[in-house]
Ligand binder design. Structure first.
Ligand code: 5AD
Ligand code: SF4
Length: 482
């Protein structure tokens, strides 16, 4: 198949950071007439892997495809445009995508005109693009995290010129406003407050796949949140790889604390934010979180490791002492706070002592939830070049011990909920039992309880009667929480 290459990824370019001002571009989509005609009655399918940033990107992709005239479908077999929005953060996420791309060959054999596209973080990696080009002829469109707005012309080219089209930019990136967005949910939404990351933790591929840190203006964010509020949304999660750094790249002195306060003043019933870096979590932020009842008492605060030596080699810029001090301060100032974290085991050359230090930190922090990962080397990152004599078996054993320690802490925290009443935002019918509703407390704890389906999308008081490690059982009550 002929190829049309607009841009191809380069880690060298992706690594560069300049002081160039951020460019904000207001996008007006140009949709070729023949593409609009072609799209009539045709279906699209989008599969999203990875984090919330990808969820919003998929919502944008779906918004653009709707605007062109394609119709959304859950059925990959009968779709004419199939898009896999991928995650590069660990190898197992990438393996899943290769498995799925492999299985799409069947669809290519049935439908020669189908567009089979791979986008997102994986294709920002040059070796992945090479593998897709060489071994997966069924894929005829590759576009990067910075290239979503080009989707109409890329589809037009792939469909009408019957080429494999590649458009993956690695340079710093812009902030693009005004793209259409098709929200997946009706009462909970993610709102990007910034893109990219400049932290360059040594294990992490994100600064390469998502580029330089770019904050959106406060006005644009407030406008989006106000619009959600007008449409009846109950919960907004402000999104960024490192929300504490919001505004540091803007010239107007904006900060996350002041953004959070202004969002709270709009009156959204529930505000969440993720991810916070322990390094620059300042007092202003803590005061704002404590001051507003509609800012949820839940903080995701990645620890990554409890060993100072490993934290240093990870490039995390904090020590375990300063992390624990921050946790202490947060717990003192924010009543009812729930804490969640990310931890990596098996970072190159992690010793037994380093790992024990992580376990000890876990016991001190009393986490309410946690994500645990075995270190996965990412091509092009500094950690991938570090020597790593620790066996897979040792890493596996450490991982299991870590999960055990966390489950102990999570179960103990879950027990504290029993007997108390919490406000729960009802998500829908429980996945495991159709007679139950399920939703989340302000602390982000999953609760299942009996109730009428009409409560979906509403915030209701629920008394907790039983706790499991990862969920609670409750019953609806009349009284409100005090
Ligand atoms: N290996 C394992 N886990 C990783 N994470 C990021 N990069 C890697 C990697 N190379 C984890 C971190 C981060 C979370 C989103 O994914 O814990 O906080
Ligand atoms: Fe990756 Fe570190 Fe940036 Fe988080 S802060 S996205 S772990 S580089």
């Amino acid at each position: 198949m002929k190829e049309s290459i607009h841009d191809i990824p380069s880690l060298e370019v992706a690594k560069k950071r300049t002081r160039n001002p951020i460019i904000i571009r207001h996008e007006t989509l140009e949709i070729p007439y023949r593409l609009r005609e072609y799209a009539k009655g045709k279906r699209y399918f989008v599969r999203t892997y990875g984090c919330q940033a990808n969820v919003v990107d998929s919502e944008t992709i779906s918004g653009i495809l709707d605007e062109i005239g394609f119709v959304s479908s859950q059925d990959v077999e009968n779709s004419d445009v199939i898009i896999l929005n991928t995650c590069a953060v660990r190898e197992n996420a990438e393996d899943k995508v290769f498995g799925e791309v492999g299985s799409l060959k069947r669809i290519r054999d049935l439908n020669k005109k189908a567009v089979i596209a791979v986008c997102g973080c994986m294709v920002q990696e040059p070796h992945i693009v090479e593998a897709l080009r060489k071994k997966y002829p069924q894929v005829n469109l590759l576009f990067g995290t910075h290239n979503i707005a080009h989707l109409p012309s890329l589809l037009d080219e792939a469909i009408f010129e019957e080429k494999r089209v590649i458009d993956i930019t690695s340079c710093e990136g812009e902030v693009i406003e005004d793209l259409p967005l098709k929200r997946q949910e009706e009462f909970k939404a993610f709102v990007n407050i910034m893109y990219g990351c400049d932290k360059f933790c040594t294990y992490c591929i994100v600064p390469y796949t998502r580029g330089k840190q770019r904050s959106r203006t406060k006005d644009a964010i407030l406008k989006e949140v106000q619009d959600l509020l007008n449409r009846g949304y109950q919960e907004v999660t402000l999104l960024g790889q490192n929300v504490n750094a919001y505004g540091k790249d803007l010239k107007d002195g904006e900060s996350f604390a002041s953004l959070l306060e202004d969002v709270a003043k709009l009156g959204v019933p529930r505000i969440r934010f993720t991810t916070s870096h322990p390094w620059d979590f300042n007092d202003d932020m803590i005061h704002v979180i404590a001051k507003y009842k509609n800012i949820m008492p839940f903080i995701h605060l990645p620890l990554q490791s409890g060993s100072n030596e490993i934290l240093k080699r990870m490039g995390r810029r904090y020590t375990i002492e300063s992390y624990l001090e921050l946790v202490d301060k947060l717990r003192k100032e924010i009543p009812d706070l729930a804490l969640s974290t990310d931890i990596i085991v098996g970072f190159p050359n992690e010793s037994d002592e380093d790992f024990e230090a992580t376990l000890s930190a876990v016991r001190k922090c009393h986490y309410d939830s946690a994500f645990t990962f075995i270190y996965s080397p990412r091509v092009g990152t500094p950690a991938a070049k570090m020597e790593d004599p620790i066996s897979r078996e040792t890493k596996g054993k450490r991982f299991n011990r870590l999960v055990e320690a966390l489950e102990e802490s999570i179960s103990a925290k879950a027990k504290e909920y029993v007997g108390k009443v919490y406000d729960v935002l009802v998500d829908g019918v429980s996945k495991k039992d159709e007679s139950m509703l399920s939703g989340y407390t302000e602390q982000n704890k999953l609760v299942n309880f009996k109730g009428d389906i009409s409560y979906v999308g509403k915030i209701v008081p629920v008394k907790i009667i039983e706790s499991h490690t990862y969920s609670l059982i409750g019953e609806m009550v009349d009284e409100k929480r005090d």
